[in-house]
Design a protein around this ligand. Structure first.
Ligand SMILES: C[S@@+](CC[C@H](N)C(=O)[O-])C[C@H]1O[C@@H](n2cnc3c(N)ncnc32)[C@H](O)[C@@H]1O
Length: 150
């Protein structure tokens, strides 16, 4: 068996271990970026193999917290993808307005810019008071920043 195949098995064991031990599921991340991030986490921990990283993450809560930071890419900005917001304004909001009340969930909200952008858009469309926002992220530091609303 080639070394790359062995590594593939190790990564899948690592992801399965994390999922069962901590409840975070990274199995649907794109393989290339996942591998890059895992390799960075392994190197920073001073380990040679992903199975060693698995062992560490199984038993060390603090190691897992710092591992999560490697998995969290927090790039964001206000109205980050203008075409998306244009489409929401033109195509989605007219449909939402047929409901008395809507709930909007921003999964992976980072520091909140996406949520605040959406709130501004809904305000401009006179729809904000009929909406409730939920914003979640596994990066606690980002959530703290988001909550401040600066
Ligand atoms: C690149 S940022 C995008 C932020 C925002 N959605 C935007 O588009 O501007 C991705 C965010 O998703 C979060 N994230 C990634 N995977 C996640 C998961 N499985 N559960 C919760 N948050 C996750 C990361 O911590 C990060 O803050």
């Amino acid at each position: 068996m080639r070394e790359t195949d062995v590594e593939r098995i190790e990564i899948s064991l690592l992801l399965e271990g994390i999922r069962r031990r901590w409840g975070y599921d990274f199995t649907h991340y794109s393989h290339t970026s996942l591998k890059r991030r895992l390799a960075r986490a392994r190197e920073e921990a001073g380990l040679e193999r992903f199975t060693e990283l698995l062992d560490r993450l199984m038993h060390d809560h603090r190691a897992f917290d710092s591992f999560l930071k490697h998995m969290s890419i927090t790039v964001t900005e206000m109205f980050r993808d203008p075409l998306f917001y244009q489409a929401v304004r033109k195509q989605v909001i007219p449909a939402l307005k047929t409901y008395p009340y809507v709930k909007i969930w921003h999964a992976g909200c980072a520091t909140g810019e996406e949520v605040y952008s959406m709130a501004i858009l809904l305000q401009e469309e006179n729809f904000l008071d009929r909406a409730r926002f939920y914003a979640t992220d596994f990066n606690k530091h980002s959530l703290d920043v988001a909550e401040k609303g600066i």
